[in-house]
Write a protein that binds this ligand. Structure first.
Ligand SMILES: Cc1cc2nc3c(=O)[nH]c(=O)nc-3n(C[C@H](O)[C@H](O)[C@H](O)COP(=O)(O)OP(=O)(O)OC[C@H]3O[C@@H](n4cnc5c(N)ncnc54)[C@H](O)[C@@H]3O)c2cc1C
Length: 615
């Protein structure tokens, strides 16, 4: 099993000769290696009047499309991205939560609600999204997953031919370059694709306890992306040489000099131009350097602006729920009631299951940042704690007693060798938006102490949120409604998941380190008996963190079906020359981490587009 074969915690460069270390330092030095991270920006004067394809959003999906479509030298492709280039620090896996606290994040948050996110500032959940080439793949925690094969069979059964597991598996493999020795010959993994997938080269000394817990909890150690999803594993992540492998790094940068590919950075699309009479998408209006411009598309416009921005752009273009558009004075081109609806996300309970430790075995930020060896390890040997993807060291997909499909787990338990107690810079709190008075009540007195976290994640929520326009002004944020736990069933499943998460932290391997559940009640839930179902239900609605896996707001479905926005070819219903290719097309959220699925969707879409035009 790959998960058992990986390296154990170790330190540093003592394994290298001084000469080797110096050579690596020069090669990996952030100051000398950054030039490759700059993507050539097309100056205004060089913009063409018309392109074959205009792709909006140079994010996770958009970079894949830019690469694949420009493989045909006779096609011209324009990629419009609202953000700029990645930075040195965005590459460092352990700093993932910092990135959300910078301008690389659009900075969205959901509308307040009394029913969830009560622990957050203003009772609003933060919904970070990447505003940078590479999009949210530059902000994310890099976990590489695909969900269950049954997720895709469900997509197909919902009227989307060509999206069953046997159809999509080749596209997962196409994008992937698996770099885990034990998986290289697996029929479920690809080699030689642009996207590097690795296990973190470094692990905490607690990591074996996680794998040991599998048998105690009745599970196997598995490759989650292989035959059986249920079970435990160390985290598989989109890493290259211990650094983040974003979509821009994997797909765009290596081909940026193709003469038929133009990339416009800091270019913000404001609407798709659709001829109201013919229903043909003819181009995109965008703003760069405060000037309004139009890029025309001969063949297609492709929206890859993500789950929150793609429906906003469609609505601004007159494609959406007619009444809602009229309320904002937008001329209705096509009444598409499903645009912005069906929003699904993975709500979680990060910080709610914190285990205090007797030993200095966890990752405590203040301690780590003083340890020069971690920095040297990272730059010289591409090893050490900084290579840990956002701190998520192990992942288990398990079944709560409420799950009716054991082959398709309904709960994830992720193990992090650190906790909110060690968040001295506040970057994790900043990412989540946790209110400071809540933090003090919950963790006051134990800040800086060793602890670890088990984070339960509700994989298949029944609740649905939505995206709506705040106004017809394209620079106004959309209104985002999370609606977590709107369906009471979701609370019941989460409560069962929390109990499994607590059981995980109480297994023998962790007891060895003196692990004990942080006993302080979640503020606002003190009136329930600690550890009762009522208590956990209240705690879940209070500390409703989420994994930022928002999907489904332009869902795929057959023509004529109310709520369907795109067909199985990802073409917008009722419009010609317009596709959506990003996380918004998922009809149902997958039971895992979605970025791998977004890559697959984009690879498949590129082939569908080529089939349409390649003759
Ligand atoms: C903090 C965080 C952690 C996560 N962790 C994981 C994880 O570990 N594993 C995982 O699988 N998933 C994770 N995710 C989710 C995952 O990264 C996303 O689902 C995925 O990247 C979405 O891809 P996308 O192509 O749909 O959108 P994005 O990657 O968000 O791309 C959209 C792009 O469009 C651009 N754009 C938007 N509007 C406009 C406009 N008007 N004009 C021009 N450009 C525009 C944006 O700037 C962006 O670059 C995480 C997400 C977050 C926020």
């Amino acid at each position: 099993q790959s998960a058992q074969a990986g390296p154990q915690a170790r330190t540093l460069s003592s394994r290298l000769s001084p000469l080797e270390a110096a050579a690596r330092l020069v090669r990996n030095n952030p100051l000398t290696s950054r030039r490759d991270a700059q993507v050539r920006d097309v100056p205004d004067a060089a913009l063409l009047k018309e392109y074959d394809f205009v792709v909006v959003g140079g994010g996770t999906a958009g970079c894949v499309l830019a690469r694949r479509l420009s493989e045909n030298p006779s096609w011209s492709v324009l990629l419009l991205e609202a953000g700029g280039d990645e930075a040195v620090f965005t590459d460092i896996p352990l700093l993932a939560s910092y990135v959300a606290n910078t301008n690389y994040n659009w900075g969205y948050h959901a509308q307040p609600s009394p029913d969830y996110c009560r622990a957050m500032r203003g009772k609003v959940c933060n919904w970070p999204r990447g505003k940078v080439l590479g999009g949210t793949s530059v902000l994310n925690f890099m976990v590489y997953g695909r969900g269950s094969p049954l997720d895709f069979d469900e997509w197909e059964s919902l009227g989307n031919p060509g999206w069953g597991y046997r159809d999509v598996l080749p596209y997962f493999k196409k994008s992937e370059d698996i770099q885990v020795a034990a998986l290289e010959n697996s029929p479920y993994h690809g080699r030689g694709g642009p996207l590097s997938v690795q296990e973190s080269p470094w692990r905490s000394v607690m990591a074996p306890a996680f794998i040991q817990a599998a048998s105690e909890m009745g599970y196997d150690v598995v490759d989650h992306n292989g035959e059986h999803m249920a079970g435990f594993s160390f985290t598989l992540a989109t890493l290259r040489n211990g650094s983040r492998c974003s979509s821009a790094k994997a797909f765009l940068r290596p081909v940026q000099h193709r003469p038929n590919l133009h990339v416009a950075k800091h270019a913000r699309a404001t609407r798709v131009l659709v001829d109201p009479f013919t229903g043909v998408a003819v181009g995109v209006e965008f703003v760069r350097d405060r000037k309004w411009r139009v890029a025309k598309a001969r063949r297609e416009v492709i929206l890859s602006a993500g789950t929150l921005n793609t429906p906003q752009l469609l609505m601004l273009s007159g494609l959406g729920p007619a009444d809602h558009l009229r309320d904002h004075g937008i001329r209705v081109v096509r009444d598409l009631p499903g645009v912005g609806e069906n929003l699904q996300d993975h709500v979680s309970f990060f910080g709610g299951i914190t285990f205090m430790l007797n030993d200095t075995v966890s990752v405590v930020e203040a301690r780590e940042s003083r340890r020069l060896s971690s920095v040297v390890d990272y730059w010289v040997t591409q090893d050490g704690p900084l290579t840990s993807p956002g701190g998520a060291e192990g992942i288990a997909f398990v079944n709560t007693p409420l799950n009716e499909q054991p082959a398709r787990p309904d709960m994830e338990l992720s193990f992090g060798p650190g906790a909110l107690t060690g968040d001295s810079s506040g970057s994790l709190r900043g990412l989540l938006g946790v209110d400071s008075s809540f933090y003090k009540k919950m963790f006051g007195g134990v800040e800086g102490q060793d602890a670890f976290t088990v984070n339960p994640v509700l994989l298949r929520p029944r609740s649905r949120g939505r995206v709506r326009l705040r106004s017809a002004n394209p620079f106004h944020w959309p209104l985002l409604f999370a609606n977590y736990y709107q369906d009471e069933h979701d609370v019941r499943v989460m409560v069962e998941g929390i109990k499994l998460g607590v059981a995980l932290g109480e297994t023998a391997g962790y007891r060895r380190w003196g692990a004990r559940l942080h006993q302080r009640a979640v503020p606002g839930c003190e009136h329930h008996a600690f550890r009762s179902d009522q208590y956990w239900g209240c705690a879940a609605r209070t500390l409703s963190t989420n994994l930022h896996h928002q999907s489904g707001t332009c869902r795929m479905g057959p023509a004529g079906e109310r709520g369907a926005v795109v067909d199985a070819q990802l073409r917008v219903h009722g419009v010609q020359g317009l596709r959506v290719v990003d996380a918004s097309v998922m009809p149902t959220i997958i039971s895992g981490h979605p970025a791998g699925v977004v890559y697959m969707i984009a690879e498949k879409a590129a082939d569908m587009i080529k089939e349409t035009w390649d003759h």
